[in-house]
Design a protein around this ligand. Structure first.
Ligand code: ZN
Length: 169
């Protein structure tokens, strides 16, 4: 509830005192149990600090509420390092996530994609961009969005010793 406080400050500025100067305090700054008497310039300065801190706290909150569409990139994309592929996708406004779920708008599959990600994409009907098709990825990047409704790559389950034994002639 708003209230009017009438303050009579009869003190010298604590901040000025730190610099061995004396100035008449015009207000008090209260942080928890600490109370500081401050002159007008120091009051403005500290008020500015706090305004910045609140702004930063707010910005950080916005970052956690990331609304960019989620994209998963898996496997090696021909002609791109992992970092380059990532940067290219993020440059289009996508958020790269390491996990396929119902929020994933697209999975970009390069060579040797992670089988568990492909399997989750199957389960979630995640649209796939097959980045092993020549120039498919580069064209999408140039076009400004990740298109394509390619079939998901066939992934085999991890080879076991039994598989190896069975496949040997
Ligand atoms: Zn001061």
């Amino acid at each position: 509830m708003a209230r009017t406080e009438i303050r009579i400050v009869d003190a010298t500025c604590d901040a000025c005192a730190e610099a061995e100067q004396t100035a008449q305090a015009v207000d008090v700054l209260r942080i928890g149990h600490e109370v500081y008497d401050l002159c007008k310039p120091h009051l403005d300065k500290f008020a500015g600090y706090f305004a910045d801190l609140f702004k930063k706290a707010h910005q950080r909150q916005e970052q956690t509420q990331d609304t960019r569409p989620a994209c998963v990139v898996t496997g090696n994309i021909p002609g791109y390092s992992a970092a380059e592929a990532r940067a290219a996708v993020e440059g289009l406004g996508y958020r790269i996530t390491g996990h396929v779920d119902e929020h994933t708008v697209r999975i970009v599959c390069g060579e040797r994609p992670a089988p568990h990600k492909v399997r989750l994409a199957e389960e979630n009907d995640t649209p796939c961009l097959d980045a092993t098709r020549p120039k498919a990825f580069a064209r999408s990047i140039a076009a400004g969005r990740l298109d394509g409704d390619d079939p998901l790559p066939q992934v085999r389950h991890k080879l076991t010793a039994a598989d190896v034994a069975n496949s040997s002639h």
